[in-house]
Design a protein around this ligand. Structure first.
Ligand code: HEM
Length: 965
């Protein structure tokens, strides 16, 4: 299905889609909806706790869907379905009455069937008894699995029929499962009032159970915690509905109100704003969680990233069955005890996480005065010690893990979190297998076995029948390892007696192959997909309410999979790692692209496929000079000017980027552009008049008349339909002879020019690096293919190269004739590459500059300057005053609003904290801020112009710009 899904043939993709519909419908129907059995009665008599968020003021209610704290009202008609604090569902009635007294002792079961050896004594183990995961899965994968299971399972220790977590992937590990817990993470000001920004406190999360898990689990959760605040900030900044106010203003209104009613209204407005941004941000953040689960996690389960397939199972899609019935979505979910038992993946603990857990258990027990061997530890002793350890500190803002320290704002250091995450990617998880669980978790397994018995869970064979698998006939069929099968037989006598939990965890594991990446036992592997489908498809906030209306337009777009290949084969965690730790996860790092796979394993896989060189496999080195993770921002006018005017000391990476586009990652280099630049300069007068002619042409064809009585008024989208098109036409028609037409319209060129420009000049965000490079390289290849044909045909060589247009070429432009004449000694592809480098990267900047100038002078307050500029341009007097006016506009609103430079040697320039910038350190120059802070300086000498001039010397801001100025 995955191969069909990524085929270029539309027919195959349609077949894949139809098959996917059937599969999802099938998996969704694996479990009854609503569940047919519960461990106890759901509390229908209790009023579910969801309350509508407060409105701003009467009459201006902002209507949006939001997740309740406890998961109530996910199904509005059965509000308690899947609510935290309600009973587990039971999918399979256990009909085989085994007298509990006849069941083997849980400790003995652990020792004979589940315990990981401490030295190699069977197949697959390394010296210390550890069996590495055969599919290369990393420990970080299981950190996410840990977040998933803690989001949906929290068995109440006093009443084990009750699940204290909701049955939804609502990130309750971050936000909490009750209103009290949610309030504990939401940010308040010093007076205890809502923050007004919908933010959480820095780096907090609500579920204390995770503090007893390996540190990567908490570190990964911190990523989602930061992502919430990132989203909230964007939502308030964009202010899509125009309803948000500056929280400080709202607080001042409360403080300054003279009447009680006035104060209450202001307080309500603050609360409502905080609620709305919080809830919308949570929806977006859960959207990310869901995409990471379906993209990275299910992708790893099916081995898709390993196999280089970006096809994904999409259980959320709207679809009809063959009978035309709607396949239901968003109707709610209740997790079952069978899935609780299925997910206890304790065998997968990596070597390093095992050591960490041993130390954590040891310390926790010692704090309680206990010095017991793990093999002797009793459940009651464990509970007592763990309860005390977790109960000590109620304030989530002070929680810490792995000995990390918070700064004065409560934040952990980026370096610390990134280190834990990268360690975890490099740790190979343990294999699923019988006898794979470290002894330190013996007590947990005993609890698990007892728990399953207390729930009256069904047997392994009953569960297999339920999901449509053949029941096992013998122990040997269940696990072909003789010694395991015999031990199980001694303990259970008959295969039908084999308990579900033990049976699933000690079942023979699958081997890696197509569709098999996780490689648990077959029963787990078959059921886990049904669970993923039911959990996501049953959640209305991931399906019917997953809309731009609820998430905001930006938020909805932000949590979508990338539409172009991004090097991660459909993974989304990459985006979060790049976003929150850009200094620690550089572009192309395998640690960012495949965080769930051991890089050593994955490199070998990709070497076999010939694509390994596109990635950086070495573990990222901490960035030079950076103290807390950010790049140093320089925003003083003097410092920015100094840096820009010393390119030998402060290197830009423009050449490297463009060299990569035209010569590849391995050996990026630029061609000799002397001839091209000379020819372009020789014709600069001609270009100026061709731009004027084309502008008039476009205005004539793109303007539409006013539909009413105003016959003197016409409309035109000056940016999209005129300014952006100008460089496209110039490059295609005047210079390169590229066909413009239906199959390759101007709009497509505009996007491609924009992407090249972004990659070469503005590629600061590693999130977009891969896509921009890929798009730029593809465009370059198509560009030179066509230009080369022109140049070669000119020289009498009839090329059989097919261009992407698959149409006859446009007429050969005079420029290429001249290029061929003067450059006949050089190879056609070299000349074509030089032309690409000279005109393509800055074309979008040119258009943006012009758009900014028009935008600046279109404002009502600048009528006089506009008239002056128009008059000067008409007389052809560009130098002097006209140029100053143009620069004024670009100073106020520069297209190149920032730049990055790397110090080539140690400098006397300082960071914000007063320390010196070091050699190799990268700085971010904030042009806009530098100008703002220096209003006294005469506009024309400010940075827009300085940057433009500098770009001319560092890298040609091209003849296009000259043609305008
Ligand atoms: C070092 C790592 C881990 C430790 C220390 C740990 C510890 C625990 C503990 C203390 C319990 C509660 C036992 C009880 O009350 O019956 C538990 C339950 C559980 N564990 Fe683990 N675990 C670890 C890793 C994992 C992983 C990687 C998974 C699977 C992704 C997992 C899945 C579960 C599940 C599903 C439960 C039942 C939860 C419930 O009923 O509330 N655990 N584990």
């Amino acid at each position: 299905m995955s191969e069909l899904g990524t085929s270029t043939n539309e027919k195959y993709r349609k077949i894949s889609n139809d098959l996917q519909h059937l599969t999802i419908d099938f998996l969704y129907k694996d479990l009854p909806h609503p569940p047919s059995g519960y461990l106890a009665l759901p509390p229908f008599s209790e009023t579910p706790s969801a309350q509508a968020p407060t409105s701003y003021t009467k009459g201006s209610y902002v209507n949006y869907a939001y997740r309740s704290a406890d998961g109530s009202f996910y199904n509005p008609l059965i509000p308690s379905m899947g609510q935290a604090g309600t009973p587990y569902a039971r999918s399979v009635p256990g009909t085989l009455q085994t007298n509990l007294k006849n069941l083997p002792d849980p400790g003995l079961i652990f020792d004979m069937l589940l315990k990981r050896p401490t030295k190699a004594d069977g197949s697959g183990e390394e010296e210390d008894g550890f069996t590495p995961h055969p599919g290369g899965v990393s420990s970080l994968f299981f950190a996410l699995a840990d977040l998933i299971i803690h989001s949906i399972f929290n068995t109440n220790s006093q009443n084990p029929t009750i699940n204290n977590a909701s049955s939804y992937l609502d990130l309750s590990v971050l936000y909490g499962s009750s209103e009290r817990e949610v309030q504990s993470v939401r940010k308040k000001d010093v007076k205890g009032r809502p923050d007004g920004t919908g933010r959480l406190y820095e780096d907090v999360f609500a579920d204390g159970r995770l503090l007893l898990m390996p540190p990567a689990v908490c570190a990964l959760l911190v990523v989602f915690s930061r992502n919430h605040n990132f989203i909230a900030q964007r939502i308030i900044d964009i202010n899509e509905w125009g309803t948000y106010k500056d929280p400080e203003l709202l607080k001042a209104q409360i403080d300054n109100a003279s009447l009680d009613e006035e104060r209450q209204n202001a307080a309500r407005a603050l609360q409502a704003q905080d609620d709305e941004i919080f809830h919308r941000s949570r929806l977006v953040n859960c959207g990310f969680f869901m995409k990471v689960i379906l993209g990275d996690y299910v992708g790893a389960i099916l081995g898709l990233a390993r196999d280089g397939s970006s096809w994904r199972l999409d259980p959320l899609m709207e679809m009809r069955r063959l009978s035309h019935e709607f396949a239901p979505r968003g109707e709610g979910n209740v997790v079952s005890i069978e899935f609780n038992l299925l997910y206890r993946w304790h065998a997968t603990l990596s070597r390093q996480d095992k050591q960490w857990t041993e130390k954590m258990f040891h310390d926790t027990l010692q704090q309680d005065g206990l010095n017991v061997q793990f093999s002797q530890l009793q459940p009651s002793q464990f509970f007592m010690a763990a309860g005390k350890a977790l109960g000590q500190n109620k304030d989530v803002r002070t929680w810490t893990f792995d000995g990390l320290k918070r700064d004065t704002n409560g934040r952990f250091r980026d370096a610390d979190i990134a280190k834990i995450l990268q360690d975890s990617t490099s740790y190979r998880a343990g294999a699923f297998r019988a006898r794979g669980i470290p002894e330190v978790l013996r007590v947990i397994e005993i609890l698990g076995i007892e728990q399953a018995r207390g729930w009256g869970a069904c047997s392994l064979n009953e569960f297999r029948k339920f999901i449509g698998l053949k029941p096992y006939k013998s122990f040997k069929e269940w696990n072909s390892d003789d010694s395991v099968a015999r031990a199980a037989e001694v303990l259970y006598k008959d295969i039908d007696n084999l308990e579900l939990h033990v049976g699933m965890q000690a079942e023979q594991a699958k081997v890696p192959g197509p569709g098999a990446g996780l490689c648990p036992g077959y029963t787990i592997s078959r059921s886990i997909l049904a669970d993923a489908v039911c959990l996501t498809r049953g959640d209305r906030f991931l399906t019917v309410d997953f809309t731009p209306f609820n998430l905001t337009t930006w938020g909805f777009a932000d949590c979508q999979y990338p539409t172009a290949p991004d090097g991660s084969f459909g993974g989304m965690l990459t985006k979060l790692l790049f976003r929150h730790f850009p200094a620690y996860y550089p572009a192309r790092s395998a640690y960012a692209h495949f965080p769930f796979l051991d890089p050593v394993y994955m490199e070998k896989e990709l070497r076999n496929r010939g694509t390994a060189d596109q990635y950086i496999w070495a573990r990222p080195r901490p960035p030079v000079g950076v103290q807390v993770g950010e790049v140093s921002v320089i925003d003083s006018y003097d410092a920015v000017t100094k840096i820009l005017s010393a390119p030998q000391d402060w290197k830009a990476d423009y050449d490297l980027k463009l060299g990569t586009v035209v010569a590849g990652l391995k050996n990026p280099k630029l061609p000799d552009m002397t001839l091209i630049n000379k020819l372009l300069r020789d014709s600069s007068d001609k270009w100026a008049s061709s731009f004027v002619r084309e502008t008039q042409n476009l205005l004539k064809t793109k303007c539409i008349a006013h539909a009413g009585s105003r016959t003197d008024v016409k409309f035109v989208d000056i940016v999209s339909d005129v300014i952006n098109v100008l460089p496209v036409r110039w490059i295609c028609q005047e210079l390169a002879g590229l066909e413009l037409g239906k199959e390759y319209p101007e709009s497509k060129y505009i996007t491609e020019l924009h992407n090249v420009c972004r990659y070469v000049f503005l590629d600061w965000d590693p999130i977009y690096d891969w896509q921009l490079r890929d798009s730029s390289t593809t465009f370059y290849r198509e560009f030179i293919k066509d230009v080369k044909v022109h140049l070669e045909t000119e020289s009498g060589f009839i090329s059989n190269t097919l261009s992407h247009f698959k149409k006859p070429f446009a007429e050969r432009p005079a420029f290429l004739e001249e290029l061929h004449k003067q450059g006949h000694e050089r190879r056609a592809d070299e000349l074509a590459t030089a032309l690409f480098c000279a005109v393509v990267p800055t074309a979008a900047h040119w258009a943006q500059d012009v758009a900014h100038i028009v935008n600046y002078y279109i404002e009502a307050g600048r009528v006089e300057e506009r008239a002056e500029l128009v008059a000067l341009v008409k007389t052809g007097k560009i130098a002097g005053r006209a140029l100053d006016l143009i620069k004024d506009a670009l100073v106020a609103d520069p297209a190149v609003f920032a730049a990055q430079r790397t110090a080539q040697r140690g400098t006397s320039m300082t960071r914000r904290d007063g320390s010196n910038l070091a050699a190799g350190e990268t700085v971010f120059l904030n042009i806009i801020e530098a100008n703002n802070l220096n209003r006294r300086i005469a506009p024309t000498t400010r940075l827009a112009s300085i940057l433009l001039e500098n770009m001319d010397t560092c890298y040609p801001l091209n003849s296009l710009k000259r043609s305008l100025l």
